[in-house]
Every structure is written in structure tokens, then in C-alpha cells.
Design a protein around this ligand. Structure first.
Ligand code: UDP
Length: 387
């Protein structure tokens, strides 16, 4: 989009310009609009809101397709849960994941079932702990994904279910990834196979789009889709408005210190004339001879909905390193990236009236609930005091 008198007018008649309509931006817009004096303009370069959590209903089957991969809402933060429940109710879905290695099906995350399957015999909690301990005798001199994984689950499980998956998913050697990526997943010495530990979980009953629309249904929130802030960044800055920027931090500073490492995803979607393809919503594929990382089957996310029995929709997910023109999804956060990030953060601190947020703007691996909590903090502690 080119600069026009209409855009100029939209900007001059707003108090805060939010760049990006992902969950972080939508939360900021919602909270700021609680103040009747504040007018908000959201600029979104895509043709929809909700960032990567966006979904749409397939018109033929009525199946809700998560365009950028399955997004599961989960949190233990009551403030976040109360906040989102103003806009939608949630179904009772509890996420479980399986992993196919050497044509065998394993439980994921690692639990007593997984450990018993890998070692080919039922192991009780103490026996399982002892087996893992025997297999994890390594010197923990370094702290990275691989050392953390081996010391927690042993070499056999690491090599079967994690190493290949992580190489495919992150496109780097797991020794270059921070241990925090491994720590996202629980390890359980019981038979609980739920993917998340959180108190509150579920999927929006009427779909993500309706949830997101309801967050910004306020006459003082204006939304311009198909509008790339970078088409007129300097002109927006000249207007001296408060800006909340949620795009990639390296792009904002014109890659001055080089590109940060990002991972992007490609999806291959298929409609099948089958009632059910895999019996569950997500199956991971850790083996390196399979090119994709996982297969999503969206029907299973909403067991409360009724669908035609004749069709299902599946989506294969492929991961690769992002170039500058690709959509960045996940910060890789290698040691090299962390050095560049310090420089970008210094520039960010010197920017006046501009706040950075969200997964891309902070270069942090934030889940949906974390993005909401961090937007709440930003609005309350930094943006409102400036207005
Ligand atoms: N992981 C793995 N095998 C699996 C599932 C996860 O190796 O079957 C690793 C992988 O490196 C992943 C990390 O554990 O990035 C955290 O998993 P999570 O499900 O949180 O990743 P996300 O769904 O956010 O991509």
C-alpha cells in the first residue's frame, strides 16, 4: 500500500499505532481502548488478524483449519484466562501428541509409557528413573539442548524421538540450541500423557477468528489490513504517535547488525475422502528420512462439533531456516543471534515513543498466553503512563 491522505488521516486521528494484529497487538488494542480517550490504529500487513494463530472454516467440510499449524490455548495464569474468557468460551480439548519412530507409535511428551515402549518392557516409575539415569551419564559441562536432553531422558530416547525432530525443526545442530527449548516439554514418570501441565486449556468454541474479532470490537479501534508499516515507516514516525511494534526486531532496524536466525514453516494441506486419517490431532515424525516434522488433523481439536463423516483435512508441516522474504515464526536464538540481539536491544532502548513486543518484536519464544501476559504488562506499566 502507498502513502495516501486517507492513511495520513487515520494516523493523525489516532493516539497509538499498533504494528501487527497478532495476539500481542490485539491485547494491547483491547486494553488501551478501555480508556475512552484513547484511539487506536492497527496496521496489519496480512489480510487477516490473529497472526499465526489465525484459522478459517473450510467451506466444504466445516472443519476449522489452523492456517499456520495447530494452536492450542493453555495457561496457568488466571489473569490471562479471565481476560480471554471475556471474548470466547473454550471447549474441553486436552492436547495429546504421539510420535512415529521406525514405524512405531510413541507417547509424547516422554512419560512412563514412552520409556516402557522404548525399552521394550513395562517399567514402573523407579525402574524407569534408574534406566534413564544409567543412559544419561554425561558430563554436563555445557548447557545446550542436547546436553539438557541427554541428562534428562538418556541417549536412547534422545536419539529416537528428539535428535532428528529437533534437527528438522530447527535446521541447526541441537548443540547450538539453548536448553530452554528442551525444557518446554515436561518429562513424567507416570502415565499422564497430556502435552501441557497448565490449569486452563481448550480451543475457542466458535473458532479463533471470532475470538480475535471480539477483542477489537470497539469503535475506537481501527484496523487496516493489507497494510505494511514498512511501506511508510518514516512517515508514520514523523507523526510522533506512540507506536507498538510487533514485527521482527531486526527488520525494524533494517538488519543493521545482520539478520537474526528465524525458522519458518511450510504447510501442505490435503482434503481426504476419509472420516479419520490418524485418530488424533497431531503426530510428530522425528526420523530424518521423513521430510516433514508433523501432521495435523484439525477435526480432532473439536470433538464437540459434528462433521460429515466422509472427509477430513490434514496438513503436513515442514520447517526451514527463514530468509528475509519468508514469514519468521520461531527465533532460533543461537549464541551468534544472542550477540546481535544485544545490539538491536540497545537501539530499541534509544527509540522514543516506540515499544517492541510479541514473539517477533522481542525475539522471544512466547506462546499465546505469554504474549497476552506480556502485552498486559507493557500497556499497564509503560504505554499508559506515556499517554
Ligand atoms: N521436540 C522433539 N520431539 C518431539 C517434540 C518436541 O524433539 O516429538 C523438541 C523440539 O526441539 C521442539 C522442542 O522439543 O522445538 C519443544 O517442543 P514444542 O512442542 O514446545 O515445540 P513447538 O510446538 O512450539 O514447535
Amino acid at each position: 500500500m502507498v502513502w495516501s491522505p486517507q492513511i495520513e488521516k487515520e494516523i493523525s486521528s489516532s493516539d497509538v499505532v499498533i504494528v501487527g494484529a497478532g495476539l500481542f497487538g490485539l491485547t494491547c488494542a483491547n486494553l488501551l481502548a478501555l480508556n475512552p480517550k484513547i484511539r487506536i490504529l492497527i496496521l496489519e500487513k496480512r489480510n487477516h488478524i490473529g497472526g499465526n494463530a489465525y484459522s478459517y472454516f473450510d467451506p466444504d467440510t466445516g472443519i476449522e483449519v489452523h492456517k499456520y499449524g495447530s494452536h492450542l490455548f493453555h495457561t496457568s495464569n488466571l489473569k490471562v484466562w479471565d481476560f480471554v474468557n471475556q471474548f470466547t468460551s473454550f471447549n474441553n480439548y486436552r492436547h495429546v501428541v504421539f510420535s512415529v519412530h521406525n514405524s512405531q507409535l510413541f507417547s509424547m511428551p516422554v512419560n512412563l509409557h514412552t520409556i516402557s515402549q522404548i525399552y521394550g518392557q513395562f517399567l514402573g516409575p523407579d525402574q524407569a528413573r534408574a534406566r534413564i539415569q544409567e543412559d544419561s551419564m554425561i558430563q554436563l559441562e555445557v548447557d545446550n539442548f542436547e546436553s539438557k536432553a541427554i541428562s534428562s531422558i538418556g541417549k536412547v530416547i534422545y536419539q529416537s524421538l528428539f535428535k532428528g525432530y529437533t534437527q528438522k525443526q530447527w535446521q541447526v545442530n541441537p548443540q547450538e540450541l539453548p536448553s530452554s527449548v528442551f525444557s518446554r516439554l515436561p518429562i513424567r514418570f507416570n502415565l499422564d500423557n497430556s502435552y501441557f501441565n497448565d490449569d486452563f486449556q481448550g480451543l475457542p468454541r466458535d473458532g479463533y477468528e471470532s475470538f480475535f474479532n471480539s477483542m477489537i470490537s470497539n469503535e475506537r479501534i481501527r484496523l487496516l489490513l493489507n497494510t505494511d508499516f514498512f511501506d511508510f515507516k518514516e512517515k508514520v514516525k514523523k507523526q510522533n504517535k506512540i507506536i507498538i511494534y510487533t514485527g521482527p526486531i531486526d527488520r525494524y532496524f533494517e538488519y543493521k547488525f545482520g539478520s537474526l536466525g528465524w525458522r519458518t514453516l511450510d504447510f501442505e494441506i490435503e482434503k481426504l475422502n476419509l472420516p479419520d486419517f490418524q485418530g488424533t490431532s497431531v503426530i510428530n515424525y522425528p526420523d530424518l528420512d521423513v521430510p516433514f516434522t508433523r501432521i495435523h488433523e484439525f477435526k480432532h481439536l473439536h470433538p464437540e462439533r459434528s462433521y460429515s463423516a466422509s472427509q477430513t483435512i490434514i496438513m503436513r508441516e515442514y520447517s526451514r531456516q527463514a530468509g528475509r522474504l519468508d514469514e519468521p515464526y520461531y527465533p532460533i536464538n543461537s549464541a551468534e543471534d544472542r550477540k546481535k540481539l544485544v545490539n538491536y536491544r540497545n537501539l530499541q532502548n534509544a527509540e522514543t515513543n516506540t515499544f517492541f513486543g510479541g514473539r517477533l518484536g522481542t525475539y522471544l519464544y512466547l506462546d499465546m498466553h505469554m504474549a497476552i501476559a506480556s502485552a498486559m504488562n507493557l500497556v499497564e506499566n509503560e504505554v499508559l503512563p506515556c499517554l
